[in-house]
Write a protein that binds this ligand. Structure first.
Ligand code: NAD
Length: 441
């Protein structure tokens, strides 16, 4: 098929690449001229595993092109994916849908042939109906279908999740739209992946419900970590033991400094607010307490670091390993690691940040923070080493404890992602502290 992907950020660019990999002719539309130029030359504008290789492959083959000109997409494609951002408004409770409405207001009058518009951006309940009104008011031709096809990809696994999703959800209201969705995802459906065909309202609910459930799970194990800390129990053992029950599972059950990124924090805030508006007070209260637990994580991590250091942190040099909101991505949006670096700084500590992929981004976004280009730069002279993002370079590199031991002044490791294998650190004389676990010496 001839498809366009409008908005080529963390979701849209990998999706465009995945569509090309499925065999479609793809045009990506990206407003940001620098990003568009980079993508057009096959250069990834952010770190995402497997993305650069497939981008280069399909830009090279000519099956994937990028433009800033929406009119080219309108003329070219029979199916348009919308993947622009839906950030929170300043109220912190509702989505700003101006990028979506802006695209539709420009795109729809340019369309001359029947086609399918497929929204992938995350929206709240009731948005599809409002967007449909824009189409009804501006369409110059019949046969423009609107489908909502929420995206469940995880940053760091965006390509894999786009090519092999767990499920495909489509909210639609015509057989023509269903046929178009079956055609565009045909190679994936042929592998037995389930396509859930439902109404737009149910599709909206599914996406909000899925992301908020992930937050519930993460905050539940984090709240248990707080409780374990009170009785000297080991939350990692609790997570392992309860997760063996398949109704609970192990995924998302690692205690840490809370969920972050460009999706979960905003999606749970918007969903919880919308539930309140709809009169679903109990569901709203549940999600509000989940958000409270998440907000308290960074302060809890500072307490642990103080406890591990054995005193106030004023003037203390800290090797701060990790900045992105999770491993596998350079994305810094709502990063709990950066929030922790800020709070340590507010306590007078002197964090030096190193991240395998996000240092350039930190320098651009937060020139006030001190960064190192190599891990050695952060470790040298540190009294405390903090693992703030669970990159395997920090949690699985058996040589790091000895290297850190040779460069740091102290022997205190605080792992606020509970992801480190402690043994190599202990063998090198380190004291290892994790959230909701007895310290190991
Ligand atoms: P992003 O900010 O990385 O990307 C959005 C892109 O859209 C930007 O590059 C921006 O320049 C571009 N854009 C804005 N207006 C445009 C226009 N008129 N024409 C062309 N391009 C335009 O955001 P993202 O993380 O990719 O998220 C996009 C949407 O997908 C959000 O609704 C988000 O909630 C949802 N989502 C994201 C993920 C994820 O992992 N990032 C996963 C699922 C859903």
């Amino acid at each position: 098929m001839r498809v366009s992907v409008i908005g080529c950020g963390h979701l849209g660019a990998p999706h465009a690449v995945a569509m090309a990999e499925l065999g479609h002719e793809v045009i990506g539309v990206e407003l940001d001229a620098d990003k568009c130029r980079a993508l057009s030359t096959g250069a990834a504008p952010f770190y995402e595993a497997e993305f650069p290789e497939l981008l280069a492959k399909h830009v090279g083959s000519g099956r994937l092109r990028f433009t800033t000109d929406l009119a080219r997409a309108a003329e070219f494609a029979e199916l348009h994916f919308l993947a622009v951002g839906t950030p929170l408004r300043e109220d912190g409770r509702t989505y700003d849908t101006r990028y979506l409405t802006g695209v539709l207001e420009s795109l729809v009058p340019m369309l001359r042939e029947p086609c399918t518009i497929v929204g992938k951006s995350t929206i709240t309940i009731g948005t599809v109906a409002a967007l449909q009104q824009i189409i009804d008011a501006r369409a110059e031709t019949d046969g423009i279908d609107l489908v909502w096809n929420p995206e469940f990809l995880r940053e760091g696994h965006a390509i894999q999740d786009s090519l092999s999703p767990d499920r495909i959800v489509v909210g639609l209201s015509s057989t023509a739209a269903q046929k178009a969705m079956e055609e565009v995802y045909a190679p994936i459906l042929a592998r037995g992946v389930e396509m859930i065909v439902t109404t737009p309202a149910t599709a909206e609910m599914i996406k909000s419900a899925a992301n908020s459930f992930l937050c519930v799970k993460i905050s539940y194990i984090n709240a248990l970590a707080e409780a374990c800390g009170l009785i000297d129990a080991d939350v990692n053992a609790v997570a392992h033991a309860i997760g063996i029950d398949e109704r609970i599972g192990h995924a998302g059950m690692r205690p840490g400094i809370g969920y972050g990124g460009g999706c979960l924090p905003k999606d749970i805030a918007a969903f919880s607010h919308r539930l309140g508006q709809l009169g679903a007070g109990r569901a709203q209260a549940l999600l509000e307490s989940v958000q409270d637990i998440n907000s308290a994580r960074v302060a809890g991590a500072v307490d642990l670091i103080e406890q591990a250091y054995g005193g106030l942190l004023a003037g203390v040099p800290v090797a701060f390993l990790g900045a992105s909101f999770k491993a596998g991505t350079s994305d810094l949006r709502y990063s709990p690691a950066l929030a922790l670096a800020d709070r340590l700084t507010a306590h007078g500590a002197r964090p030096v940040i190193y991240d395998p992929q996000a240092v350039a981004g930190v320098r651009q976004l937060r020139p006030d923070l001190i960064c190192a280009d190599v891990v050695e730069g952060a470790l040298t002279g540190a009294e405390v080493v903090v693992i703030a993002t669970e990159w395997p370079q920090f949690t699985r590199d058996a040589k790091l404890p000895a290297k850190a031991g040779a460069l740091a002044r102290g022997r205190v490791l605080v792992d606020v992602r509970n992801a480190v294998e402690a043994d190599p650190w202990l063998a090198n004389g380190w004291h290892v502290w994790q959230l909701g676990r007895p310290a190991q010496h």
